[in-house]
Design a protein around this ligand. Structure first.
Ligand code: PMP
Length: 366
């Protein structure tokens, strides 16, 4: 069996060693007589898995003690709906900075009980840049400011070249969707009120998400809500208010361990620089055969959308890529074209293979 280089945006490639470990543990966990997927989440075996996963994630991301870590069933969209329910009171204003498709999706999850202020939006410019911090119309006393750290479809990410990252929001806590860039570089968690991420890009399999919350924010009354939508209840129950997605939690734990073994977020920062520079270099150096339209100051290191000058050749490009062992490159339907997602599990060799294929395709079609 040959595994291709998988550039899919999420669910995305996982490290091969993690898949092999999961395969080995699938039939029987140690000598427990059952698979980890078949055991009680409250039994000693799974409790150990869960505790270790949280400890490893805390080490990996440098999560301070005054922040809680929750493992939640479901994806980032669910988190987007739970933020206003947990952290905004009736009539509070919430500030949203919209820099792409997922920031816009977040707006659609808001409860009507809050006032929405779109503090800044890149929509007019086709989400090819991030509005300058000076242009943001923030609301004094807002419940929070929400940003999308990396826009998975539009390929726009807050990078140091844009300005101060993370943006300063004064006394108003900054909430950030880190679904597609978490653990790709060291970040200062203490600058954020909430960080959340669906696991299916950099952290593991789809079906679980990670929510990192400054503990004092959990004391906010929020909206009247069912217990299952209450982050405080989840925390009080160790993220086991109901049956958690044990398999996903376990595989995510393997990915956390793998990232620590590989050298942690500093090493993935270095690799992300290297991989993204190779790919953008190939696009920019193609004399217009390929193009990426994002402002270089905010180009994503995780998701690289690119287009052929002649888009009638898209299907041929993708077909040839598949034959060369490069999959998952079709662009999102919102943008068309191509997109290469180069998360932590993508080795630099995969990006080199993609660049070689792109150059070869250009030679044959240029
Ligand atoms: N935010 C971002 C940045 C995403 O990339 C995605 C999914 N691709 C989502 C939110 C939605 O995540 P989910 O499908 O897990 O709800």
């Amino acid at each position: 069996m040959t595994r291709a280089y998988n550039f899919a945006p999420g669910p995305a490639a996982l490290p091969e060693s993690v898949l092999k470990q999961a395969q080995a543990d699938m039939l029987e966990w140690g000598d427990a007589g059952a698979s980890i997927v078949e055991m009680s989440h409250r039994g000693p075996e799974f409790m150990e898995v869960a505790t270790r996963a949280e400890a490893d994630l805390r080490t990996l991301l440098g999560v301070p003690d005054d922040y809680a870590v929750l493992f939640m069933a479901g994806g980032a969209t669910t988190a987007q709906a739970l933020l206003p329910l947990n952290f905004a009171s009736d009539g509070d204003t919430v500030d949203y900075v919209v820099t792409g498709h997922w920031g816009k999706t977040a707006l659609r999850q808001l409860t009507p009980a809050v006032r929405i202020n779109i503090a800044a939006s890149g929509e007019e410019g086709g989400y090819r840049s991030i509005p300058a911090r000076e242009s943001w119309q923030l609301t004094p006393g807002a419940a929070y400011v929400h940003v999308t750290a990396n826009e998975t479809i539009h390929g726009v990410e807050y990078r140091p070249a844009w300005g101060a990252v993370p943006p300063d929001t004064g006394d108003v806590p900054l909430f950030a969707d880190f679904s597609s860039s978490i653990a790709s570089e060291p970040i200062d968690i203490s600058r954020y009120g909430v960080i959340y991420a669906g696991a299916q890009k950099n952290l593991g399999p789809v079906g679980i998400s990670v929510v990192i919350v400054r503990r004092d924010l959990l004391a906010r009354a929020g909206q009247p809500r069912a217990d299952i939508f209450n982050y405080s209840s989840h925390l009080a129950n160790g993220s086991m208010l109901n049956t958690p997605p044990t398999w996903n939690w376990y595989v995510a734990g393997l990915v956390f361990r793998w990232m620590l073994d590989e050298g942690g977020t500093a090493e993935f920062d270095r690799r992300s620089d290297e991989k993204s520079a190779l790919l953008y270099g190939a696009i920019d150096g193609s004399g217009g055969f390929y193009r990426n339209e994002v402002d270089p100051a905010v180009r994503s290191r995780m998701n690289v959308p690119f287009f052929l000058a002649d888009d009638t050749r898209n299907a041929a490009f993708l077909e040839g890529a598949r034959e060369a062992g490069l999959i998952g490159l079709k662009g999102h339907r919102v943008l068309g074209g191509m997109r290469a997602s180069i998360y932590n599990a993508m080795p630099v060799e995969g990006v080199r293979a993609l660049v070689a294929y792109m150059q070869d395709f250009q030679k044959r079609n240029g």
